[in-house]
Design a protein around this ligand. Structure first.
Ligand SMILES: Nc1nc2c(ncn2[C@@H]2O[C@H](COP(=O)(O)OP(=O)(O)OP(=O)(O)O)[C@@H](O)[C@H]2O)c(=O)[nH]1
Ligand SMILES: [Mg+2]
Length: 269
């Protein structure tokens, strides 16, 4: 089986070996992309096209791509194109997991994490706010063994007061407060705590013992990773924010919840 980029991509063929040996020996690598989806009919087809088009390599060897879509009981028909008439998956390189009821982004990510076979995991929202062309830069520090956690920062290239394209001023304030809080609590520089582009060596994840259900995935992961003293490398990424009328679901109360989640896991794991 091959992906659109020509890389071997059958999870049964080399996945287990990659988990066991890929990161350590630097021989073969597989990137597992988890896409949490809730009612993203307008953006999911193009997003998946752009993810599937990624052709990654490391030290001359292809990095295979595993795409795991977790549909959180969408009711807009937006995932129907992923299934053929007989219910089989439309794309050989896209696995679709479904929740029987809507549980939230965090729960969807945890469902995806249970099934990954890659040695590197990346979280990809189902909208078009982030750009999959940034994958190569995001996975490089992990494949090079420089760190086991990488965050794509929307602010790094803009300076302390820069506001990324399309980011509403209130969201900017919330993002800044969350990043400053994480930095102060852990004496580390984090410029974008709430970024969707979080990338991990898969081996890191079981120890985090994640409990998140909704949007508190980001602060729970950030607190736990920093609490464990893991190095987080930030790389600059592109971003084009969307508004509520374009399907953005996060709301102000989620920012408060995120702040309390950061503090909660700083106090106690
Ligand atoms: N599985 C699941 N995904 C959700 C839910 N609500 C939102 N999402 C997904 O989470 C992603 C982010 O949602 P947005 O509304 O764009 O919010 P955002 O500000 O980009 O959120 P963050 O990336 O968490 O900072 C999208 O892919 C949504 O489809 C939900 O209830 N369940
Ligand atoms: Mg989004």
């Amino acid at each position: 089986m091959t992906t659109s980029n020509g890389a071997p991509n059958d999870p049964r063929s080399s996945g287990a070996a990659a988990v066991e040996t890929g990161h350590i020996r630097g021989v073969t690598h597989r990137l597992s992309v988890i896409v949490p989806v809730y009612n993203e009919r307008n953006t999911l087809p193009e997003l998946l096209e752009r993810v599937r088009a990624q052709s990654l390599s490391w030290n001359g060897a292809p990095v295979s791509l595993e795409i795991i879509v977790v549909d959180d009981c969408s009711n807009d028909g937006g995932v129907d194109f992923l299934f053929g008439e007989t219910g089989q998956s439309t794309f050989a390189d896209v696995r679709v997991l479904r929740h029987a009821r809507n549980r939230g982004k965090g729960a969807a990510i945890r469902t995806g994490l249970e099934r990954v076979t890659g040695d590197v995991v990346l979280i990809q929202d189902a909208d078009l706010e982030y750009n999959p062309d940034d994958y190569a830069a995001l996975v490089a520090p992990i494949l090079a063994g420089q760190s086991r956690v990488v965050y794509g920062s929307r602010f790094l290239a803009l300076g302390p007061l820069g506001r990324p394209t399309g980011m509403h001023p209130t969201n900017w304030v919330a993002n800044k407060i969350l990043s400053w809080t994480a930095s102060i609590l852990f004496f580390r520089s984090i410029t974008d705590e709430a970024t969707c582009y979080k990338v991990f060596a898969t081996s890191v994840l079981p120890s985090l013992n994640l409990r998140c259900e909704r949007f508190e995935f980001c602060p729970e992961v950030t607190s736990k990773v920093l609490r464990r003293g893991l190095r987080v490398i930030e790389v600059p990424i592109r971003y084009h924010g969307r508004g509520g009328n374009e399907g953005k679901k996060i709301r102000w109360p989620d920012a408060f919840h995120a702040w309390f989640t950061l503090v909660r896991y700083w106090l106690r794991d």
